[in-house]
Design a protein around this ligand. Sequence first.
Ligand SMILES: C/C(=N\NC(=N)NO)c1ccc(NC(=O)Nc2ccc(/C(C)=N/N/C(N)=N/O)cc2)cc1
Length: 323
Amino acid sequence: QLEYPKEMQNKYIVSKTLGSGACGEVKLAFERDTHTKVAIKIIRKSKFMTDVLPEMQDKPFNIETEVGILKRIDHPCLIRIIDFFEGKDFYIVLELMEGGELFDKVQRPARLSERTCKLYFYQMLLAVQYLHKHGIIHRDLKLENVLLSSREENCLVKITDFGQSKIIGETSLMQTLCGTPDYLAPEILHFAGTAGYGRSVDCWSLGVILFMCLSGYPPFSKKSARPSLTEQITSGNYCYIEEVWKDISRDAFDLVQKFLVVDPTKRLKIEEALEHPWLQDEHMRHTFQQLLAQTQNMRVKPEPLTLVPPGRKRDYHEDEKTG
Ligand SMILES: C/C(=N\NC(=N)NO)c1ccc(NC(=O)Nc2ccc(/C(C)=N/N/C(N)=N/O)cc2)cc1
């Protein structure tokens, strides 16, 4: 308890650990004055900067990027930040997602129904569409970073962890391409052909997530030593177990295949995925809208009911009521 920042302890009572990841853990906490439950993600400032890879050493700057992104985004399928503190470590206070991580719902033998996969995946697509529209690439989409709003199977999902995210700004290449290419080297024009495909890394990850939600096993794994995990990925050689996929619709598998395309310029984009037959499902979209409406209602405090105090004469006559 000693190590938490004073101003954080003034506002929150920190309780048990809910989950722990590579660079920190998630704690349950209670906001003192409202008694609401919150989650606090602790991001360790690695004590000895030397023991992490050089690219990880820019963590502190990344925390600013992440908090900047968390403060800017506003979407029902993206986690909401409540507070931020810096002390011995970084502390991000977030809304508590009662259902925990999607990762725990797709661990064998648990399997999600195709209907539930579709409800969850549709929300992930909306979330990533919003990020890409705002020039944000997540770059670390995985089952652990998809949180569930309740223990009910029919629930909202939210994407979290912007620790690896990147903001796409105006690039120097864009400026270069504004001018006439009289003196421009061919390799710059060649490179321009693939520039701006950063977003497609999120689409690949969504393909892996959908594969695992539907099948319960990973498309690429180090289990089969040959070919190596890297070779499987770079060749787009995912593991297809007929026994598992025979019970899953052709549309669902077709969508997975269109994401797991090695060439980023040929990989399905978010907009195209939202048009895919598997997601033209009115019932699923209606369920999502209902879940959304429920949260909106919860947001507006319901009017306190004015109850008739006990014993007072009723306004209407008994017989009229039965009339
Ligand atoms: C209710 C529950 N569990 N319930 C239970 N166990 N009851 O006994 C529960 C709830 C939430 C979670 N996870 C959770 O909230 N993750 C999470 C992960 C990452 C981040 C962020 C912002 N990361 N940013 C960076 N840079 N990271 O490195 C925020 C939240 C797990 C279990």
